[in-house]
Design a protein around this ligand. Structure first.
Ligand SMILES: [Zn+2]
Length: 183
């Protein structure tokens, strides 16, 4: 499996690595181990929860992908019916100009991570799934000094076609989910 070239923080890359190996504790994995699990995806309450469902086919997630890619003014098609997010990326990057690939990979990894974190808040903290909830979070300020912790992410702003204010809005939206500790 190819490692995605991105500016995402290590823990976000690690999540994607685990997700690709289907090693995260989804309801499907809990069920296979004979452990207690919720019967349906907490984000849409429609289908059995697998990692593919959470990141690719869930109606809630598809809305988030659509909103995020539109927000960043990226013209690629959101994940839809692919076998995995990795499969989507392998196809999508071929249609993406080289200069944009690392930026798109970063946005994709951060969005997948946010979906997982939001799912966890719904499972463990009783939060209600809602895309407006994502939007409210976007109004929170990122932790002070975040640029020092992750200077490379600022390079997203310099990609052709990327509007600085949009990227900064996206980053603050993402960082509200990341809860960084000082390095
Ligand atoms: Zn769902």
């Amino acid at each position: 499996m190819e490692t995605w070239k991105s500016w995402a923080p290590p823990r976000v890359k690690f999540f994607q690595w685990l997700a690709n190996l289907d090693r995260c504790w989804t309801a499907d994995r809990l069920r296979r181990r004979g452990l207690q699990h919720h019967p349906r995806c907490v984000l849409c309450d429609q289908e059995h929860e697998t990692m593919r469902h959470l990141l690719v086919t869930c109606p809630f997630s598809r809305q988030v992908w659509h909103d995020t890619l539109s927000w960043l003014r990226l013209t690629c098609r959101p994940p839809d019916q692919e076998a995995s997010l990795n499969d989507w990326w392998m196809q999508t990057k071929l249609d993406t100009p080289k200069a944009m690939r690392k930026g798109l990979a970063t946005a994709t990894l951060l969005t997948a991570w946010m979906l997982w974190k939001h799912r966890n808040s719904c499972v463990f903290d009783g939060e209600r799934p809602s895309t407006p909830c994502f939007r409210q979070r976007s109004e929170r300020k990122p932790p002070s000094g975040f640029r020092l912790e992750l200077p490379a992410l600022g390079r997203l702003c310099r990609l052709p076609g990327m509007c600085t204010s949009l990227v900064q809005a996206f980053l603050s939206f993402s960082f509200s989910f990341l809860s960084f500790e000082p390095l």
